[in-house]
Design a protein around this ligand. Structure first.
Ligand code: HEC
Ligand code: HEC
Length: 309
């Protein structure tokens, strides 16, 4: 960025901004001067000029502006001109100092890296279960979590519709350190196909069967008809007993934790919707964004959440 003129705007818009910016400053200055009044001596009859405003017999004198106010005003004009000369502000003019927000940001990142890299490197050596017990490390890790994960998993890590709760002990892909690190390194794609082709009646029966797996209220006759369909099409992924398969990210259907259930939605309706539409949860790989050291640290944080219960 040695060039004084950047090229992010076309010449026309750059000139447009320059004219409007400088024009406004000149106008403000002119307004001040045009209305300036220095004379406050009374006339021959001892009358002082008034603005013509009066209320309850009190007249408003047309006195000059206080000197301090006038000087402050002139000061702001000089400041703004100096600022526009040194920093970017006038269209494509880069400013004499060559300051850019990108460079400032890069410098801040570089400074942070310099500070944190040795700290992270030291944590990298500590096994995850041990690191999860280190309060100081977990404070750093929580910040990484809030910056990178909370958008999806929530600031309390309890997830939401389609985003798994990381504080409970149900795991789509496993809660051991290696599982968590693998999730973070490579990302995850949960894929459950749509079962529309089974037809509405079968979907209803299988829904009742799934309800029965977790001991929810269900229609026994329909669930019994659904059992055969479950065994032939669902068991391959969710397991014959419905406890799921962590290699595929197929959830356990026998507990009361549901990834795809809107708050207040009847469970039955949520399951039907899953079967009709299929589901495809996507967790983006993190290592490329945050680097291996932070993966290790934030994996320990996730591990520590599970340790709490
Ligand atoms: C863009 C949203 C998004 C972001 C950002 C995100 N995740 Fe996820 N994460 C998901 C989704 C969606 C799933 C579930 C994937 C599925 O359904 O198969 C998931 C799954 C997981 C799992 C597996 C849970 C289990 O039950 O096995 C862990 C652990 C996890 N995320 C941790 C993190 C951490 C730590 C971060 C930050 C470094 C993070 N995630 C960032 C969306 C996200
Ligand atoms: C190819 C493997 C596969 C098959 C076959 C399969 N599922 Fe799934 N199922 C999954 C995966 C993976 C998920 C999680 C999707 C995600 O993470 O977005 C899932 C999610 C679900 C959910 C949502 C659970 C929740 O917590 O909200 C239900 C319910 C479900 N499946 C029931 C069934 C039923 C019933 C069948 C048979 C008709 C079936 N699945 C067949 C892989 C499968």
């Amino acid at each position: 960025m040695n060039n004084l003129w950047g090229d992010s705007l076309s010449g026309f818009w750059s000139a447009w901004i320059i004219v409007i910016t400088l024009g406004s400053i000149v106008f403000a200055f002119w307004l001040l001067y045009a209305n300036r009044k220095t004379d406050k001596t009374p006339d021959a009859e001892g009358n002082v000029e008034t603005t013509g405003h009066a209320a309850d017999g009190i007249e408003e004198y047309d006195n000059p502006l206080p000197r301090w106010w006038f000087q402050l005003y002139v000061g702001t004009v000089i400041f703004s001109l100096g600022y526009l000369l040194l920093y970017p502000g006038l269209g494509n003019f880069a400013g004499l100092l060559g300051w850019t927000q990108e460079e400032q940001w890069e410098e801040e990142v570089a400074r942070a890296e310099e500070r944190f890299t040795p700290i992270f490197a030291q944590y990298q050596e500590v096994p995850i279960p041990e690191l999860a017990e280190d309060g100081e490390a977990m404070q750093v890790a929580e910040r990484i979590f809030q910056n990178n994960c909370a958008v999806c998993h929530g600031s309390n890590a309890q997830g939401g519709y389609g985003f798994p709760d990381l504080t409970d002990d149900e795991w789509l892909y496993g809660g051991e350190p290696d599982n968590i690190v693998a999730t973070l390194r490579q990302g995850r794609n949960g894929l459950m196909p749509s079962w529309q082709q089974l037809g509405e009646e079968n979907i209803e029966n299988v829904t009742q069967f799934v309800l029965s797996l977790s001991g929810e209220e269900h229609d026994a006759a329909q669930a019994e008809s659904g059992a055969a369909t479950y065994a032939s099409v669902c068991a391959a992924c969710h397991g014959p007993d419905g406890t799921g398969n962590q290699a595929l990210g197929a959830p356990n259907l026998t507990n009361d934790s549901w990834l795809y259930r809107q708050p207040g939605q009847p469970l039955e309706e949520a399951i039907r919707q899953t079967l009709r539409n299929g589901r495809n949860g996507h967790m983006p790989a993190q290592a490329a964004y945050i680097g291996e050291e932070r993966v290790h640290l934030v994996a320990a944080y996730v591990y520590s959440l599970r340790q709490q219960d």
